[in-house]
Design a protein. Structure first.
Length: 187
């Protein structure tokens, strides 16, 4: 075990902060899932002359960057570079927040784009889209709980959750841009 990793693992758990941040994580989960549900129903008109057509490729780019950063974070932790892992994971979280805010704003101001392709690619698209949406909704609170465990030095819990949360988050970060590329001709 690297010296850096040993130093991090020796930090005492912060139970008081853990309990507070878990409440924050639950509140954020309810707010975000509520926003995502509302964005399907609410349309806010854009001011005259505003163009949001650059946002879907921006969203795909942010998601793709998030996937790259997640992979780097995994490499860092495997190498025992805890500070680099932490920085990469906080960057991935920041990219996810940026994506989410922009995505909700876009979908509250634009009608949805429908995939009208036919044949086997239609099945592939909808399979990826549905599994992407379900994975995103399921993983969101657990991403927050995994972060909370890390921030409060509950490293055993962090590792247990990260083993299954990480691949799910990576799947979401990869399938988002793939779905965008498949939908792109219909924008």
């Amino acid at each position: 075990m690297s010296e850096e990793r040993s130093e991090w693992l020796a930090k005492p758990e912060n139970e008081v902060l853990y309990r507070k941040l878990r409440v924050v994580a639950w509140v954020l989960t309810v707010v975000v899932l509520g926003l995502v549900a509302v964005m399907q129903k609410v349309r806010i008109p854009l001011p005259e002359g505003w163009d949001t057509s650059m946002l879907p490729p921006f969203h795909a780019g942010v998601n793709a960057a998030g996937a790259v950063v997640l992979i780097l974070a995994l490499v860092f932790i495997k190498q025992g570079k805890v500070a680099a892992h932490r920085a990469a994971m906080l960057t991935a979280m920041g990219l996810s927040v940026l994506f989410l805010l922009s995505y909700v704003a876009y979908h509250m101001t634009n009608d949805p784009t429908r995939y009208t392709g036919e044949g086997p690619m239609r099945t592939v698209y909808f399979f990826l889209l549905i599994t992407h949406i379900i994975s995103a909704a399921v993983s969101f609170p657990f991403i927050l709980f995994t972060l909370v465990a890390a921030l409060t030095n509950r490293f055993a819990a962090h590792r247990r959750m990260a083993r299954w949360v990480f691949p799910l988050w990576l799947y979401v970060a990869i399938t988002g841009p793939v779905c965008y590329l498949m939908l792109r001709p219909y924008y």
